[in-house]
Design a protein around this ligand. Structure first.
Ligand code: SF4
Length: 242
């Protein structure tokens, strides 16, 4: 059984083509800009069996031709790596492309066992600088960098996702550091810049929680274009996911 938050049958932002996206409940980060704060608690959500999830995925399969697949997101999906294993096994029997959208923090044997079943990782690098990372998420980025190194060492395909927040993640020296750290990783398919937006703010208010980035404006497309240009000095493919 998996603790899920929600399902989106026709997602377009979480991996190549159209995706069946399963959002899992639970995360140990507290990102100041989290646009799904209702996914953080491990107590909330509802339980769903692997069989029921597979049934739903198989039901939509005939509607798609070409690029299509399954993505697990969250929250932080790898917290439930053990429970994901039988699900991924079943999906692989159906030749379904599997992507995992993760913050890359969670590392244990269950995660290690899951990796061979995953076709693509979407790894969120919240900040390349550890101090800023801790300010932004409440956690160190050490595990994440080790996770990316591990994926590189086994040649597992991945994309880096980077949320661009004015005054928090757009500092030129850290964009440079990000490029210098990863430019030679052969497994990185592309960098995705995600301009920060305020669409999730109402959720924080509904949860009666303080939103710490109040007053930080949504990132303008021109700002994202500027950072894209900086990153293109290091990576062949950089895209803006607006
Ligand atoms: S890692 Fe994702 S789900 Fe977790 S707090 Fe950060 S943005 Fe929210």
């Amino acid at each position: 059984m998996l603790r899920i938050h929600s399902i989106e049958s026709f997602g377009t932002h979480e991996g190549p083509g159209i995706r069946f996206v399963l959002f899992l409940q639970g995360c140990f980060f507290k990102c100041l800009y989290c646009h799904n704060p209702d996914t953080i608690s491990l107590e909330w959500g509802k339980m769903m069996s692997v069989e029921d999830i597979v049934k739903q995925v198989i039901q939509v399969k005939p509607y798609f031709r070409g690029k299509w697949g399954f993505t697990v997101s969250g929250g932080e999906p790898l917290i439930q790596a053990k429970e994901l294993f039988p699900l991924f096994k079943k999906l692989k029997k159906e030749w379904i492309h599997i992507a995992v959208d993760t913050n890359g923090f969670w590392r244990n044997d269950d995660v290690k066992n899951l990796i061979p079943l995953v076709d693509l990782f979407l790894v969120d690098i919240k900040h390349i600088n550890n101090d800023w990372h801790q300010k932004l998420t409440g956690k160190s980025n050490e595990n994440i960098l080790k996770f990316v190194d591990y994926l590189e060492s086994i040649g597992k395909a991945m994309r880096i996702r980077y949320v661009l927040v004015t005054g928090w993640t757009d500092q030129e020296e850290y964009i440079k550091e990000l490029g210098e750290k990863f430019w030679f990783y052969k497994n990185i398919e592309r960098i995705e810049i995600l301009p920060y937006h305020q669409l999730g703010v109402y959720k924080w208010k509904e949860l009666w929680r303080k939103y710490w980035l109040e007053g930080i404006p949504s990132t303008k497309i021109e700002q994202a274009e500027e950072v894209k240009k900086q990153l293109e000095a290091y990576f062949k493919k950089v895209v803006i996911r607006a």
